[in-house]
Design a protein around this ligand. Structure first.
Ligand SMILES: *Cc1c(COP(=O)(O)O)cnc(C)c1O
Length: 496
């Protein structure tokens, strides 16, 4: 029997390929696996495999309606020379912890890990389900998803992709990366609002039944490349399994020794993948959820109350500037004992009041998690001190995680070997990173690209191709809109 996916807000089920095609369930819920499959290979064995082979061993357990041939071909298409290292996700030791570098793909952020494979999974899923309509990928981005999704879907036959980003809420390099994206099937739109406005607007378009009908009549159907799509989540489980297995076979951790995982968190997708890896049997002890000053998740783990009614702070880690962490809904569903009625109630409260509180019983099931946050200054201090101690330069998001981990170590004295998810290349946030190292780089005579070159010099790391490419690339996109105009923009692009 294949593994089925259930909506978090009803009993509705879907196969893996149907869930990938839909993105979101009709009832507004997210698809979750009915059960979490157990790893059927020992980490000792997985540790001898390539990234691609581990990807197959993990993904076959979740995407059970894909044939071996289909899945292997998706994996081979995704994890190839687009990545600038053969190991795909290298582990780098600094100050006694391992940084799992997830930024060696096309757009130098961890979103590439899943978005390199999602287009292949989606095209395969469409074929399996005899879908002949064009698939329109609709995506809200806090900066990194948009570029990674466009890079994956650009000129993929049978698809179009529309990306909404907060006009004043992304880094200059992130924005330039998006606005220079080529591809006839691509539209990028800067909205006058923040990321939550973009995400809420996209969700609204997804659940608009009138619009859906118009789309169907015109030969289109929506899908999502956001981390609400299970096709994003499953490929993210792979690198935790890979990292653990590598540490084990390379003798860096002992037999059956557990690791802690620290994840700089925004929409809760990356850390949820680590949670699923743990449920599969991977020896993970603590899941350390690191937030920036938008610390809604820290408050949630400390009090059992989720409250998005607060000021939205623009930080130097923009991909984590989020007050509604969509994937938390999946965790809520699991800790409620897979109760769609309870989950739907809480999510309705969130939509209505911006606030909900979980029960004491649910709270007890959160003991695997530790929530922490880092303020801007702590984040900058961490970038500087790590560079001064070791010469290793990390980006602002990874630095939030590293700062939270330092505080966790101090508080708990927990000596468990630890992996920090390193989610972006420092080159993507060169200005923030360089001024953290030395405020002198904040002077007006340093432009973004001279900072990139200077970073390359002091860190002794080559400028990544993704940054080289946009240095002189022309701006191809100029669309902006108010947060109430998203539907009109979509219709105009599709000609309906
Ligand atoms: C998206 C992103 C995050 C947050 O990941 P989630 O899965 O949304 O929690 C962290 N860091 C970077 C660089 C990102 O692009």
């Amino acid at each position: 029997m294949g593994l089925l996916y259930k909506s978090t807000r009803s009993g509705r089920t879907a196969s893996a390929s149907e869930a990938i095609l839909k993105g979101l369930s009709e009832d507004g819920g997210l698809f979750v696996p009915e059960t979490i499959p157990a790893l059927d290979k020992a980490p000792e064995e997985l540790g001898k495999m390539s990234y691609q082979e581990v990807a197959y061993e993990v993904m076959k357990l979740f995407l059970t309606d894909f044939t071996e041939e289909e899945l292997k071909s998706c994996i081979a298409g995704a994890y190839d020379e687009k990545f600038d290292t053969e190991v795909i996700a290298p582990l780098v030791e600094a100050e006694g912890v391992w940084y799992l570098e997830l930024f060696h793909g096309k757009t130098i952020a961890f979103k590439d890990m899943a978005l390199s494979i999602l287009p292949y999974l989606m095209i395969t899923a469409a074929k399996k389900n005899h879908v002949d309509r064009e698939i329109v990928i609709l995506t809200a981005t806090s900066g990194d998803t948009g570029k990674a999704a466009m890079a994956g879907f650009a000129d993929v036959p049978g698809t179009k992709i529309i990306v909404f980003y907060p006009k004043n809420g992304v880094s200059p390099i992130q924005e330039k990366q998006m606005l220079t994206q080529k591809g006839d099937n691509v539209l990028v739109v800067g909205i006058h609002g923040n990321f939550d406005d973009a995400q809420t607007g996209v969700k609204k378009l997804f659940s608009d039944r009138g619009l859906e009908k118009e789309m169907l009549d015109a030969g289109y159907q929506f899908s999502s490349a956001n981390s609400i799509n299970i096709g994003r989540l499953v490929p993210q489980i792979v690198y935790y399994v890979y990292a653990y297995s590598r540490l084990l076979t390379e003798g860096r951790i002992g037999d059956a020794e557990k690791i802690n995982v620290v994840v700089p968190t925004g929409n809760f997708g990356n850390i949820l993948a680590a949670y699923y890896a743990k449920q599969m049997g991977l020896p993970i002890a603590k899941l350390i959820c690191a937030s920036n000053e938008n610390k809604v998740l820290f408050d949630f783990f400390s009090t059992g109350e989720y409250d998005k009614n607060r000021e939205f702070v623009l930080t130097s880690s923009p991909s984590m500037d989020i007050l509604i962490s969509s994937n938390l809904e999946r965790l809520i569903y699991h800790i409620s004992g897979d109760d769609p009625v309870k989950t739907a109630q809480l999510m309705e409260a969130l939509a209505r009041d911006g606030h909900y509180e979980i029960t004491e019983g649910m709270r007890q099931k959160l003991s695997d998690f530790y929530g922490g946050y880092a303020e801007e200054q702590e984040t900058f201090d961490k970038i500087r001190s790590l560079y001064e101690d070791t010469g290793y330069v990390i980006d602002t998001h990874t630095a939030v995680a590293a700062a939270v981990y330092d505080r966790y170590r101090e508080e708990t004295d927990d000596r468990t070997p630890t992996v920090i998810a390193s989610t972006a290349s420092p080159f993507k946030f060169a200005r923030s990173v360089m001024t953290a190292i030395d405020p002198g780089y904040g002077d007006a005579d340093w432009d973004d690209f001279s900072l990139v070159d200077e970073l390359s010099r002091i860190a002794n790391v080559k400028v990544p191709a993704a940054v080289e490419e946009i240095r002189t690339a022309p701006i191809l996109h100029h669309t902006e809109c108010g947060k109430d105009e998203m539907e009109a923009v979509v219709k105009k692009f599709l000609g309906i």
